[in-house]
Design a protein around this ligand. Structure first.
Ligand code: C5P
Length: 222
C-alpha cells in the first residue's frame, strides 16, 4: 500500500480512541473509530424496534444504514442516517449489547468492507479489536494497547463523572470484563494480538507518555 495505515487494537477502555485521536491530529491522518460503527448498527437495531438477538433482521438493516463521521470538537461526531448519535452510542444500553451484534458474521463483513474502503486511499489511524488481524493485515504499524481491568474501570469512572453518570467501580469492572470476554471468545475475528503487533501496556502511564512511546514506534517504522 502506498498510503500509511496504523492499527490500534485492544480491550475495552484501554485508551485506544484517546491516544488514536491525538496521534491522528499530530500526524494529520484520518482517525477511524470502528467501535463507533458497531455501536451505530446496535443503535439502528434498537431504533428499528428489533431484538438484539434478531440476527437476520439486523443484517437486513445494513444496506440502508449509513454511518458517517464528521470532524468536531472535541473529537469526532458520529451520524446514523443523518441523525447525530455521538453521545447516544456510548449509552449503557448500546455498550451492553454491542458485543452480541458485532458477533454476527454478516455485520462484521459489511463493516470490515466499509473500513477497508476508508483506509484504501488515505493515511489512517484506525482503532478497534480486529484491525491488525483482519481489517488491515498489511498496516505498517500495529499496536496492541492494554491496561489492567482495575485501571480501565477507574478511567471510565472518572470519565463518567464528568458526564454526570455514577456507575459504581465494581459494576464498571464487571461490565468491562464481560465485554472483554465476549470480544475475545467470539468465533469470527476475536480480540487477539496480531503476531506482528507491538504490545503497549498503559497501566500507570499518562496519556502523554503513551503518545510519545507510540510516536517513537511509528517513527521507527516509517
Ligand atoms: O471500541 P469500542 O469499545 O467502542 O467498541 C465497542 C464494541 O464494538 C466492542 O466491545 C466490540 O464488541 C465491537 N467491536 C468489534 N470490532 C471492532 C471494534 C469494535 O467487534 N473492530
Amino acid at each position: 500500500t502506498k498510503n500509511f495505515q496504523i492499527a490500534i487494537d485492544g480491550p475495552a477502555s484501554a485508551g485506544k480512541s484517546t491516544i488514536a485521536k491525538i496521534l491522528a491530529t499530530n500526524l494529520k491522518y484520518v482517525y477511524v473509530d470502528t467501535g463507533a460503527m458497531y455501536r451505530a448498527i446496535t443503535l439502528a437495531a434498537s431504533r428499528a424496534g428489533l431484538s438484539y438477538e434478531a440476527e437476520e433482521e439486523i443484517i437486513a438493516l445494513l444496506p440502508k444504514t449509513v454511518i458517517r463521521f464528521e470532524p468536531g470538537t472535541p473529537g469526532q461526531r458520529v451520524f446514523l442516517n443523518d441523525d447525530e448519535v455521538t453521545e447516544v452510542i456510548r449509552s449503557t444500553e448500546v455498550t451492553n449489547n454491542v458485543s452480541l451484534v458485532s458477533s454476527y458474521a454478516a455485520v462484521r463483513e459489511d463493516l470490515v468492507s466499509r473500513q477497508r474502503n476508508i483506509a484504501n486511499s488515505q493515511n489512517v489511524i484506525m482503532d478497534g479489536r480486529d484491525i491488525g488481524t483482519t481489517v488491515l493485515p498489511n498496516a505498517q504499524v500495529k499496536i496492541f494497547l492494554v491496561a489492567s481491568v482495575s485501571e480501565r474501570a477507574q478511567r471510565r469512572y472518572k470519565e463518567n463523572l464528568t458526564k454526570g453518570m455514577t456507575t459504581s467501580l465494581a459494576d464498571l469492572e464487571k461490565d468491562i470484563s464481560v465485554r472483554d470476554y465476549k470480544d475475545s471468545h467470539r468465533e469470527i475475528s476475536p480480540l487477539v494480538q496480531a503476531k506482528d503487533a507491538i504490545l503497549v501496556d498503559t497501566t500507570g502511564q499518562s496519556i502523554e507518555e503513551v503518545v510519545s512511546k507510540i510516536t517513537e514506534i511509528i517513527k521507527n517504522n516509517q
